[in-house]
Design a protein around this ligand. Structure first.
Ligand code: GRF
Length: 197
């Protein structure tokens, strides 16, 4: 059974989807802890599913290394097999990446390497593309630049705004995340062998 820590900043809809998938006894992974950089509303999902959680309040970029050390200490207690960044809106300090990659994956609401960064949906709209997408990647020291584990196209529709487009991307993101976690758990996906497309 693959054990998973999930890190969030927001509503945690991807987290919830993973918790629901993992509540099926046949699913080969379990979420054992949820962490956040603030009192994120998504922590309520962890509570509902009886999963322990922790908050390490973000105290600004100047404190990034100290924040990362605290995160490392929590992860060392829980010792998950895999860490999932699921809407964690922080760039991890290099020490965290060094300690956990490639057992550290991230979901992103664009078809990477297109539109990396914090505003993937907004940037796709601003570029006027007819298609964007969703991706799951291994985290490296860059911004959404690590090896791509899964990605899928989502059409941009006339009249889309950031919310409507993001709302159509998120279900795809969830499906990809659940499938990637399953494939890692059953040994179909070897994170160490994943390479940048
Ligand atoms: C997801 O689209 C994630 O990729 C992005 O923020 C969103 C998080 O949504 N960075 P949620 O917190 O899982 O609902």
């Amino acid at each position: 059974m693959l054990t998973v820590a999930v890190l969030i900043s927001g509503a945690g809809s991807n987290l919830r989807a993973l918790l629901e998938a993992a509540s099926d006894p046949a699913f080969p992974a379990r979420v054992i802890v949820v962490g956040a950089d603030r009192e994120a509303s998504g922590l309520a999902h962890a509570e509902e599913f009886g999963i322990p959680s922790f908050v390490i309040p973000w105290a600004g970029a100047a404190q990034r290394e100290a924040w990362g050390d605290e995160l490392l200490a929590h992860l060392e207690v829980w010792k998950p097999d895999l860490v999932v960044l699921s809407g964690l809106m922080r760039l991890l300090p290099p020490a965290v990446v060094a300690a956990w990659a490639p057992r550290l994956i991230n979901t992103h609401p664009a078809y990477l390497p297109e539109f990396p960064g914090a505003h993937g949906v907004r940037d796709a709209l601003a570029a006027g593309v007819s298609q964007t997408g969703a991706s799951v990647i291994v985290v490296d020291d860059g911004v959404d630049s690590g090896p791509i584990l899964a990605r899928e196209r989502v059409s941009v529709l006339p009249g889309d705004d950031e919310n409507t487009l993001h709302d159509r991307i998120k279900p795809v993101e969830r499906r990809l995340l659940i499938d990637v976690v399953r494939r890692i758990a059953v040994g179909e996906l070897d994170l160490a062998a994943a390479s940048t497309i």
